[in-house]
Design a protein around this ligand. Structure first.
Ligand SMILES: [Zn+2]
Length: 339
């Protein structure tokens, strides 16, 4: 915990009436078994840690909301007496079923999984895990970038960290054809099956349907190929959003009106993305901008704030997050961020 947040922490109870709002949304990605070493620590936590977080909110008498409950709140149909919290998981990892689902079942707490439909369709590449497989090979990597051949080392943890930091933005922000090229030269050419992490880690449609059959679980959309939507041209962005809705509805046989933007910062999901999500019939959409939920969000249901818990492994952050104190600091005192 940084010093500023340590100083802020005793102020959380004072801040709560102003910045705590009506509730908040938490974001997770994967659970890994206790004792297993995380490969991507900001994406992975353990069942025990998840259970502690749920218990923390239980002790404080929070209401556990689903996206449908949240929608009713935003429409003004309910005015809860107690604050609410939503648990959400992005991408659609199999451990959401095998490790997270039992925790939520045991506590009777609803949760939401935002599925990037290219993962169960086995067309989307989990490049962030593929990159870890590449780094684990420990071989030097040469790559042509803008006509220049660059060499990246991976033979020590420090070199691998540097290479990871250099390659991640190239993959994340690549145009679709450039991404396809990078997948070929970085991964397939080195003997890595680009879809191997997808097969190993992502839910199948059968598993998603099993989860969807339980009223505790909401399946929401998370685009198609998990690209940075703001970097796509309008036709591509439309295809990513419309395709996700159509495919999920076909596979689940019911309307899907809840969305979470891939990545989801203000630079990755902005006004255009919210307009498209609304146009295709999504009623609520989650970003990854920090903030608590206020009645005023009724005016911006497609730009709802959320806390990426991967960045707050220290349990002392829960006070700062739930009270709104962290968002107050980060958003420079603004309570409701608009696009
Ligand atoms: Zn995601």
């Amino acid at each position: 915990m940084n010093r500023l947040d340590l100083l802020l922490r005793p102020l959380a109870p004072l801040v709560r009436p102003l910045y705590g709002g009506a509730g908040l949304v938490l974001m997770f990605h994967r659970l890994i078994p206790e004792g297993e070493r995380p490969r991507l620590p900001t994406l992975e936590t353990t069942p025990a840690r998840l259970d502690e977080i749920i218990a923390w909110f239980e002790r404080r008498n929070y209401l556990f909301y689903s996206p449908a409950d949240l929608r009713r709140f935003l429409r003004g149909e309910t005015r809860p007496e107690r604050p609410f919290v939503l648990f959400t998981f992005d991408d659609g990892y199999r451990d959401n079923l095998t490790l997270a689902y039992p925790v939520f079942q045991r506590r009777g707490v609803p949760f939401t999984i935002h599925v990037a439909v290219g993962l169960p369709d086995r067309t989307a590449v989990l490049w962030w895990y593929l990159l870890e497989d590449l780094l684990a090979q420990g071989e030097p990597i040469t790559l042509e970038i803008n006509g220049q051949v660059r060499r990246f080392e991976t033979d020590s943890p420090a070199a691998a960290a540097q290479t990871r930091a250099a390659l991640r933005p190239l993959l994340k922000y690549a145009s679709p054809p450039e991404f396809a090229r990078l997948v070929e030269v970085l991964f397939r050419a080195r003997g890595l099956d680009p879809l191997a992490p997808t097969d190993a880690l992502a839910l199948t449609w059968d598993e998603i349907r099993r989860l969807d059959a339980d009223p505790l679980v909401t399946i929401g959309a998370h685009a198609t190929n998990h690209r940075v939507l703001s970097r796509l041209d309008e036709a591509e962005a439309r295809a990513e959003i419309a395709g996700a809705k159509r495919i999920l509805e076909e596979r689940l046989g019911r309307p899907v009106t809840h969305f979470a933007y891939p990545y989801g910062s203000r630079y990755e999901a902005g006004a255009r993305e919210a307009r498209l999500a609304a146009e295709y019939g999504f009623e609520t959409a989650l970003t990854t901008r920090y903030g608590n939920i206020f009645p005023a969000h009724a005016a911006a249901p497609l730009a709802l704030p959320r806390y990426d818990m991967g960045h707050f492994p220290d349990p002392r952050y829960l006070d700062l997050i739930a009270s709104g104190a962290l968002a107050m600091r980060i958003n420079r005192l603004r309570r409701v961020m608009t696009l």
